[in-house]
Design a protein around this ligand. Structure first.
Ligand SMILES: Cc1cc2nc3c(=O)[nH]c(=O)nc-3n(C[C@H](O)[C@H](O)[C@H](O)COP(=O)(O)OP(=O)(O)OC[C@H]3O[C@@H](n4cnc5c(N)ncnc54)[C@H](O)[C@@H]3O)c2cc1C
Length: 312
């Protein structure tokens, strides 16, 4: 069989650290960052013909990428942007790569209420659907009408309604598909908002939310947000803080002194340092509280699951 030529939009052996909020991780075998749906479709078709595993990535704000890198195609959707707002019905349509803070501000300025809470989450709307991102008692599932999906295996494109997406706490069907090695890609979404509100009030809510985040989260170092899911009704942060683990370091990674469920990169940290602290927290919480903490962050690439905790 003739080799399939590399499309111009695909680059071999690209570093990934700069595409994540943690700023760690090795290189990917192939990287594509499509700017249109047509580009996306042709890159996906090429990857399938090559037998490559496809890894969809948004803003990389919930991802820990291995220092050893990633095999296959990292498909970064952050440049697939665009928003359309319907001011009478309040329906907002956005491409997968639209940044959440931008989406929150655009809708607030148009007097559309319901997405203000997204302003402090540094992801894309595609990633927010995959993760069912949430905060302040809201979550993406509550606002989703439907998502336009692409199944690389069949090339099929269709709209899936919110009620069919198996949403749960920081969970969606997309995570199950990725775990089954058959990732579906979010191309665009339709969201429900309430029209006719005073833009100034909505923008003030955003400002207040952001200043609360600045006080309660480490904003001066790169991080991946909350590392563990909250073992409700408790929070992971309270448990970790209660064990006196704030400030523990491994390499240049540190359990944040501001918010114990964040691990920050103090500069030059490696993914393995962050992973070692994740193991330390998991083992201490299990050993002393009998609670199994589940990671909220997603791992990409190979990690040594038997990694010993840093001593003490
Ligand atoms: C400082 C900070 C604060 C945060 N605060 C919050 C918070 O308050 N609430 C919250 O829920 N999260 C929070 N997060 C985590 C993160 O921002 C969210 O989970 C966000 O929704 C991830 O979006 P992303 O585009 O960065 O996805 P990525 O990190 O790139 O990917 C996350 C997962 O989504 C999948 N994915 C991404 N895009 C697509 C797509 N188009 N199609 C299919 N699958 C896709 C990936 O394969 C991966 O499994 C925070 C992170 C940081 C760094």
């Amino acid at each position: 069989m003739l080799p399939v030529a590399l499309p111009v939009d695909v680059l071999p052996r690209q570093p990934l650290a700069g595409l994540t909020s943690w700023k760690v991780g090795g290189t990917t075998e192939y990287l594509a960052q499509p700017r249109s749906v047509a580009q996306l479709a042709s890159v996906v078709q090429w990857a399938v013909a090559m037998g490559l595993t496809i890894h969809p990535i948004g803003a990389g704000s919930n991802l820990l990428i291995s220092d050893e890198g990633v095999q296959g195609l990292c498909l970064c959707l952050r440049h697939l942007q665009g928003v359309q707002m319907e001011s009478t019905t309040g329906v907002v349509e956005a491409y997968a790569g639209e940044p959440l803070p931008t989406l929150a501000r655009k809708t607030a300025r148009a007097g559309l209420h319901g997405l203000e809470w997204l302003a402090g989450i540094p992801g894309t709307i595609g990633g927010a659907v995959a993760m069912n991102a949430g905060c302040q008692g809201s979550c993406l599932a509550e606002r989703l009408v439907d998502a336009e999906l692409l199944d690389p295996a069949t090339g099929r494109r269709w709209r899936m309604r919110e009620q069919d997406m198996a949403f749960g706490y920081r969970h969606s069907l997309l995570q199950d598909m990725a775990a089954a090695q058959r990732p579906w890609i979010v191309i665009s979404v339709r969201l429900r908002t309430s029209p006719g509100h005073a833009p100034q009030r909505l923008l003030e809510t955003i400002k207040a939310n952001l200043s609360r985040r600045n006080r309660t989260q480490p904003c001066n170092f790169p991080s991946g947000g909350s590392v563990f899911r909250n073992p409700l009704p408790m929070t992971a942060g309270q448990l970790i803080d209660g064990l006196g683990l704030k400030g523990r370091r491994w390499g240049n990674a540190e359990i944040s002194t501001v918010h114990a469920n964040f691990i920050v990169n103090r500069g030059g940290a490696k993914a393995r340092h962050i992973q070692a602290l994740i193991h330390l927290v998991r083992d201490r919480v299990m050993g002393e509280k009998g609670i199994v903490l589940q990671p909220e962050i997603k791992h990409l690439g190979q990690f040594d699951q038997s990694l010993p905790s840093p001593v003490g």
